[in-house]
Write a protein that binds this ligand. Structure first.
Ligand SMILES: [Zn+2]
Ligand SMILES: [Zn+2]
Length: 135
């Protein structure tokens, strides 16, 4: 397997993924709408240990989720690109697919946080929908 690689728009942050994604989602939560500019955030979920930052240090904003758990949202301080997030309550990293060098094989398996979706958000064909976090 060739490791997936990615980084931010300006190249200051680079990372490598040493495992294949365990799940692929479109997250419609309100926080993700801020990160994306309005649309749901598209992300590959990998075991946290599989994410290795190889260049730079992303800035992380720790937001509190409805559950009270913290979510660290990491982005490039220079260009502002969101690169990944890490929910404190689980052992995963959520990789923003736009930051992958090659996002072309991404496929949404689930639309999550549909209860926060805007009326003009569209669910993905063939994906299942959940109101909040995938159980
Ligand atoms: Zn950057
Ligand atoms: Zn979200």
């Amino acid at each position: 397997m060739t490791n997936r690689t990615g980084g931010c728009f300006c190249g200051a942050i680079r990372y490598e993924l040493t495992a294949e994604p365990v799940f692929q989602v479109a997250c419609h939560c309100r926080a993700c709408q801020y990160a994306s500019g309005g649309a749901p955030t598209l992300a590959m979920i990998v075991p946290r240990a599989a994410l290795k930052v190889t260049k730079g240090t992303p800035r992380t904003y720790w937001a509190e989720a409805d559950s009270g758990n913290k979510v660290g949202r990491s982005f490039c301080e220079a260009c502002g690109s969101p690169v990944f997030s890490e929910p404190s309550a689980s052992d995963i990293a959520v990789i923003k697919v736009g930051s992958l060098d090659d996002p072309s094989d991404f496929k949404v398996q689930a639309d999550i946080w549909m209860k926060a979706a805007q009326p003009w958000h569209v669910a993905h064909e063939g994906a299942f929908q959940v109101e909040g976090n995938p159980g």
